[in-house]
Design a protein around this ligand. Sequence first.
Ligand code: GDP
Length: 714
Amino acid sequence: MAAKDQNRLYPLDRIRNIGIIAHIDAGKTTTTERILFYTGKTHKLGDIDEGTTVTDWMAQERERGITIVSAAVTTFWVPKTGPYADTEARINIIDTPGHVDFTAEVERSLRVLDGGVTVLDAEEGVQSQSETVWRQADKYKVPRICFVNKMDKMGADYFETLKSVRERLGAPAYPYNIPIGKENDFSGVIDLLTQKAYVWDEESAKKGGLEFKEIEIPEEYKADVEKYRGELVEKIAENDDELLEKYLGGEELDKNKLKKALRKAVIAYKIVPVLAGSSLRNKGVQMLLDSVVEYLPSPLDITEIDGINPKTNEKEARKLDIESPFCGLAFKVQIDPHVGKLTYVRIYSGTLKSGTSVANTTKHAHERIGRVLLMHANSREEIAEAYAGEIVAIVGLKNTGTGDTLSEETAPIILESISFPDPVISLAIEPTTKADQEKLGYALGRLSEEDPTFRIRADHETGQTIISGMGELHLEILVDRMKREFSVDAKVGSPQVAYKETIKQIAQGEGKYIRQSGGRGQYGHCFLRVEPLPRGEGFVFASEIKGGSIPQEYIPSVEKGVKERLESGVFAGYPIVDLKAVVYDGTYHDVDSSDIAFKIAGSMALEAAAKKGQPVLLEPIMKVEVTAPEEFMGDVIGDLSAKRAQIESTEHRANAIIVNASVPLAEMSGYVTTLRSMTQGRGTAYMEPSHYEDVPTNIAEKIAAKVKGEKTEN
Ligand code: GDP
């Protein structure tokens, strides 16, 4: 891994930072592996033997374990068609995990990618997770291409899938190509803009090859080509004044102009092109890659990014070019067995040089840039410099976590951080020995550094450490890593619903901490007002102290005390959220007042005020989608209703029904097993955290009583 000094400045317009997004099992892994295989092959990156099949190569790759676990991989592709034909493009693929327990990973990757490929199962159409991720991508306005995978599968239906993309996702989806044949007879695609038909060489495809040949458009497809081409061209023209005029005048539109306009429309999220293929059978992935280069944005297509200048606290736009000062966003921290801590950074502007110092503006810290790596599918390349638009991994950063901004010391900026959903499941963890206590602290620190949806808190009353995450699987993996990688021996409690508390009405409270027995005493005294905030707003603190009833210097101490006290609520000991605390009065003592006294007073005042603010319990509500044969509809719905479910919709598909519901997580433990036995093993369920809601009073009281009972036992 020798550092290369040559100028490897890659033309920005030929870089694509993309993510592949899919419902579990739609074929994300297979598609990614095919892409890496083809692209690696084109670029002759690794020592891939031309004769080996894809599967062999995949097995090797799994063993090396780089592709699968890398947060971002760099590959190269030379498109066959379009304006970039025969010019190499660099595609950085940012990993987005498939399991819903890892929504945070999806969020963070969406934040740094420029374009997405949504892989759909041609038989299943849009599935619930594709829908969730789609909405997340909408939030970040990510331009997308849809790849309708598994066209070779029994029951594959390209146009039904297209329909579900339009109806369920409300996406402006238009076929870019249409399949020739389906299921076992899926043999090629017809490109609608160029009106060229291609079929794959079956022998070549079986070996992972890419050979295909052009054929005449088969007679039976001509009507479809005309229909879908017409729709696509009309839609493109609608988004381009010059083309629209010609289109309305009945003129034939130039193919290259259409493509250019389509690129603009895709980037503006006015059109989502849809392509057909089967990754498993090596069909259609090369057309997909061509389209990625042709239609998805390059870093140049976003000209600026907004941030805050920490010196002035004012909004500031940073030009995304190499001439601007360096700034980048850390989007993933990973502990690598070979090199230690790797921090993945998307560079937005300027140049990052190894051996220099930069500022971590989010944490007001300094970082020294050690080695900078480009992660390829099967190798790592150490580089001396990296530029705007690129994605690199930095070795050995000390203070930088996910969502932090790095920038040039003389031109600091804080980019909008990544927002993560709240964890819904928690469990208590207790080290077995004193030595384990220390190891546990270290392990938890490291693991939470990697994963922002993994939270740790101490239960004030029991002294236990509580860890929380996005699902049972998520916590299971983390506990397993703690044992294997950090050899911590600890007792682990059973997973519990992560309840929260909030207040319902404005209330006031007083906190007075005075100790004046001999020597220097303690004096802190404050009045707080607490106000409920809308769900998801978190915690806000403000001061209305005028005239110095509490000296300015002690206000942050009051806030600290309030914050700490929020951690373990007043109703049943769960963290309090969505609350605004305002300190509005107090007194102080010239000699005895101190930070610590005001911190304790703050904590006491919060407790007093929150207790009067009609505290309630909040519980996580899951979005649940159940699929079962029609005859079980009554049972499924009856059972869900008994679980306090709100049935949102029922749909019929083939012989199955799909029930969409919101159900409290507390009611859903063991649901998969229940469902199986209720439906003779034929029902499936999918769920993911949706939001928090009030727990009905009678249930909330039972929970509080149970928590109290457990605490007195301890
Ligand atoms: P992921 O969960 O989205 O990463 O999906 P995988 O790539 O692991 O694929 C899930 C399953 O679908 C595996 O058994 C694959 O072999 C299969 N699969 C993937 N692509 C295709 C395809 O094009 N056709 C068919 N018939 N099966 C496929």
